[in-house]
Structures are given as structure tokens and as C-alpha cells.
Design a protein around this ligand. Sequence first.
Ligand code: NAD
Length: 479
Amino acid sequence: MQKLSNYINGNLSAPQSNSYIDNYNPSTGKVYSLIPDSDAADVNIATAAATAAFPAWSATPAAKRSEILLKIAQLITENLDNLAIAESTDNGKPVWLAKRVDIPRAASNFHFYATAILHHASESHRMEEGFINYTLRQPVGVAGCISPWNLPLYLFSWKIAPALAAGNTVVSKPSEITPMTAYLLSELCIKAGLPPGVLNIVHGYGHKVGAAITSHPDIPLISFTGGTKTGAEIARTAAPMFKKLSLELGGKNPNIIFADCDFEEAIKTTLNSSFSNQGEICLCGSRILIEKPLYEKFRDELVKRTAKMKVGNPTDDSVKLGAIVSEQHMQKVLSYIELAQQEGGKILCGGKRKIVEGFEDGYYIEPTVIEGLPQNCRTNMEEIFGPVVTLQSFETEEEALQLANAIEFGLAGTIWTENVSKAHRVAAQLKSGIIWINCWLVRDLRTPFGGMKSSGVGREGGWEALRFFTEPKNVCVKY
Ligand code: NAD
């Protein structure tokens, strides 16, 4: 069975403990590879390598750093098919989706920051009295980057690319549930000629490797994407050490559908925003709020189309939903469907585990639509992170906003209306970091990305990420 390696100081190496964790293929429920069960000892070695590599890498001209990162982007593109199959095998998502979204986006992340860094300029402030200030934006040092399982290479590279472009070295940890493409990336980094120690990838559990990264005194900056509970734990560790922190956390996003929307567009996109990647995208709309006059028509059409969505073997191109990432996560999602019924919800379609012929032990769930629940129940307040959405109706714009904002999360939201004034009015009042009007998940990498409230702290994307991964220093000169 394939054994993955850590990538430390330019080498592929076994964990110090020499022990391994089973890695499951969620589409079959079978173990198919082994992941290093690393711990603080490996993080210490990786951090020492990253610390040693920092002076040379941060002094490397941006054009040279850019060249190496562009080479990594090119290698990702050249290996698109292999990487997409690996991502699907590890995560359960359809191969076509990984080919169309995950892997091209990982290449774009490197491409974007490799070129952005060439245009990264700093500010200067002249004072009338004969002084001039300029801001030096210097790399911080060793950046700790920790990422989740839902968009494995996409989100891993979303952190690593700007960190490296800005001149930091990195100690990173992909999710132990989906480590494969990060491992394949380490092979590509070696091919691309990334100097040893610049990027280190340590595999293993969050409570061991992740905790060792966040508490390491020589890692002054942490970029984390994952669950809100984990984010709070990381913040508790990082705060007294005064680490720079970026937290991209959970969501429970509303889709606000007004009666004057373009019905066909709204339905089509809502299907996507509900069930893409098995509903395992932090930006998925999981609470669909529909204006009363449209409620029944929208509900009936959504349910009709949801019931027709094909769930199954992720390598089948006609499949819309693949497997849920792990047995544990499948059980969590199913327990929320059970809870929804106890809370008085009516299952309109789906609601069960799906047994797929030939893949009987795989972790599949039917896309599920639920109605009849009040906003303040657990099903509508907590993140489920699976193919489950609830429907609620509203009568006024104020009520829509009240429902949309009545949660601890504030990551994303969509607004569907043909009335431009209403769209902007509602967008301004939604307490979320990312709003889409009459669309969903359209991503321009220049835009600020992140959430409010329990959905996170800080923004990544565009200049925001380059600002986060650098330390501004003001220099004042008398002339
Ligand atoms: P998770 O918090 O369980 O794990 C995320 C990462 O943190 C993993 O690599 C994990 O090993 C590590 N980790 C776990 N415990 C740790 C600890 N004590 N210290 C340091 N690291 C630790 O999240 P998950 O289940 O992998 O991902 C799903 C969650 O991620 C959902 O809540 C989803 O909304 C969120 N997410 C958010 C965004 C965003 O941009 N806001 C994007 C994708 C996913």
C-alpha cells in the first residue's frame, strides 16, 4: 500500500514516529494509502528547516521567486488529470469537478500570486514639513498554514502561494482526511526547483501536527481554514504569543430569493449552491429564504430537480454528487437530518444514506431538502456541511434580513432579485463577508475573501493576502 511522506527541508521523509494513519477512499469505504502520523518532533525539524531557509528565500528577488512559483503552476496544469483523480479518490468529489474546479484553481493560485508579487508596491507619505515616510512590507518569517479537507489542494495552495510569493517560508499541514494532493504537490515542488526548507509539508492529525504548528514559538504567523471550534482553539493558543492570525471558518449561508427574481437562474444556481461538492463548500447556501408569493413554486421546482440529481461513483461523469468525505462526517450529516425531523422539519426529498451499486460501503447521502423549521432551531443555526438545505419563507425585506442575519456565522450569502436598488440595499445590510447578487461562487482572486462573526477573522485574497503575509514597517526620513 502506498505510504505518503512528509516534505521537509526539500526531502520526502518518513515521520519520526515511523507510524502511519489509514487513509480511506470515501467512494468505496476502503483504506487505500497510509499517511505519516507526524508529531511535534517533525514540526520542530520542519520549522528549523524553514527558519534556516528564510534569509535566502526572503532575499531572493521577487522575479526569481515568481519564476519558481510559475513553474509549480505549470506542473500542476501538466498533471491536471492525475491530480484530479487523486483529489477525487481522497475526497469523494466527482472527478469532473476536480478537473474543472479544484486543480485549475490550485494552478491559478500559484499563477496569481507569482505575478501579483511583481506588482506589489508599498505606500509613501510625504509631509509638508520636510519629512517623507515610506512603508516597507517585509515577509514575516515562517508562516504556519493549516487547511481543511473539502477543497484540499485548492485551499492548501490558496495559503501557500501568497505566503511564498511574499518571501516567507512555510510549515504547512493539509487535512489528514485528504492528504494526497498536498503530497503530490511536494513532488512537483522538488521538480520545480523550490529550494530546500522553503516549503515544508507535515502530515498528520490536527491535535498533534496542527497544535505543534500553532504553538511553535518560531512560527509568528498562522493562516488557518477549517471549523469554527478549531479556529477558536487556535486563537486561544496564538493570542498570548501575539501571532498574526487569519482564520477562515464555518458558514451557514442564506440564499435570499425575492419574488421578482429571474426564476430559472435562481433555481439553477440554488441547486448548485446547495449541492456542489456534496454541499461541502463553506460558501454553499444552506438556508434558502424565499419570498412568500414565490415559495410554493420555487419549493416544488427545487425539490423536483433535486430528486433527479444523480449520486454515485465519483469517476462517472454523469454523477452530480459523489461521496461524503468520511464515514464520521456522513454520520454527522445524517444525524442532522434526524435532528431536523425531531425539530419538526418535513423532509421533501432525500433524507437518507444512499447505497450505490458496486460501491456499497461508500459514504453517499441523497441530496436533501427540508421545510417547516423555525430559524432558531439547531438545524437552522448550526453548520451541517453536507447536501442538506432548509427552506423558509419571508414576507418583507426586513424579515429576510432578520432571518439571514440571525445566526452566529457571517461568511457568504446570495440575493436574487431583478430590482437593483433592493439588491444593493440588502447586500449592504447582510452581515457576511461575501455577497453574490444573482450569481454564486464567481471568484475573482483580487477580491477580499473571508467572513464576519464566527466565520472568521481577517481577509485573504488579492492584496489582502499579501498584506497579511507581510509586516508593514514605517520608515520616516528627514530631508
Ligand atoms: P477542522 O477544523 O476539523 O480541520 C481543519 C484543519 O485543522 C485540518 O488540517 C485539521 O487537522 C486541523 N486541526 C484540527 N485540530 C487542530 C488543532 N487543535 N490545532 C491546529 N490544527 C488543527 O475542519 P474540517 O472538518 O477539515 O473542515 C471543514 C470546516 O472548514 C467547515 O467548518 C467549513 O466551513 C470550514 N471551511 C471554511 C472555509 C472558509 O474559507 N471560511 C473554507 C473551507 C472550509
